[in-house]
Design a protein around this ligand. Structure first.
Ligand SMILES: [Zn+2]
Length: 297
């Protein structure tokens, strides 16, 4: 029932939004939309000077349960294509968008080796948190944009190759920075267990108070389980996310005397002035926080 009500609200917003067209006149070149800031950055890298990219979920909010506002419907309708992560992340957003516009929806994580959510068959959506998966996103963006705009295909490919070089450098940098972390301390504990892909690629186990932000968050049972894991493993630090309510991890930290070593970026890039406004900087920041927190002094 809840879904149906929101559905209708979405369509009504869309209809009223159509009469207002001022924003669209200022855009130049190709116009595409994406669901959230991280993949917005990937698309921008490939599109380069040929157009503009907007993302729906504002920085500071998380994409799992985002409710679109009227300007979102207007922007998606105006755009050539709406790029999403896929792997179930934007499921409900897709339904609303699909209902309200003719714009194609293209999922960018295709090709990634899926890691399932603990206890469920569904995949974990956070593939972007491992920079080793970025090549899949870039390949899919280049393929889709080149099909739509073959006249710019060479530029898209060159832009992606240039960006991939920066990603490759970052991967090497990260591997080096993790070398000092002892084997038994290689456990990342955050609120939402979102670092599975990262953990798999860089040799860390991961845990979280809950599995996905869209599920139940911070029950006593969940908190007690994590406290037990931390006490058993004697890890030197835990971490919090910029887009998640930090009080649950604070409770865990004070109950275990294990400090929160820093904030990491998961479901959004950083705000203006944070130093993590881009994907490269957000991942570099995460790597530094993890290696400083888990390397014993
Ligand atoms: Zn998430």
């Amino acid at each position: 029932m809840k879904r149906t009500a929101l559905f209708l609200a979405g369509s009504a917003l869309f209809i009223s939004a159509c009469s207002n067209e001022d924003a669209s006149n200022e855009r130049e070149g190709i116009y595409v939309t994406t669901s959230f800031s991280v993949i917005g950055d990937f698309v921008e890298q490939v599109l380069g000077e040929h157009g503009t990219v907007d993302y729906l979920v504002p920085i500071g909010e998380e994409p799992h349960e985002y409710e679109p506002v009227p300007s979102d419907f207007r922007n998606v309708s105006d755009s050539e294509v709406f790029y999403t992560n896929g792997l179930g992340l934007e499921e409900w957003l897709n339904r609303v968008v699909d209902n309200a516009s003719e714009t194609d929806i293209v999922e960018l994580s295709e090709g990634v080796t899926e890691i399932p959510i603990e206890g469920e068959g569904a995949p974990d959506p956070h593939a972007w948190l491992s920079p080793k998966n970025v090549s899949y996103y870039l390949t899919n963006i280049v393929a889709d944009l080149s099909e739509r705009y073959p006249e710019h295909a060479e530029d898209f490919e060159a832009n992606a190759a240039n960006y991939q070089e920066q990603i490759d450098e970052l991967i090497l940098e990260m591997e080096e920075s993790f070398e000092g972390i002892e084997e038994e301390k290689r456990l990342i504990v955050v609120s939402e267990n979102a670092f599975k892909y990262f953990g798999e690629d860089f040799g860390f186990e991961t845990d979280g108070i809950w599995e996905l932000n869209s599920s139940e968050e911070g029950t006593t049972g969940q908190i007690n389980r994590v406290i037990d894991v931390i006490n058993e493993r004697e890890i030197p630090a835990v971490f919090v996310e910029t887009t998640v309510d930090q009080r649950f991890m604070e409770t865990i930290s004070s109950n275990t005397n294990v400090p929160i070593a820093g904030e990491v970026y998961t479901d959004a890039v950083g705000l203006e002035g944070s130093g993590a406004e881009t994907y490269l900087d957000m991942i570099r920041h995460n790597a530094t926080v993890f290696s400083e927190g888990l390397t014993e002094q």
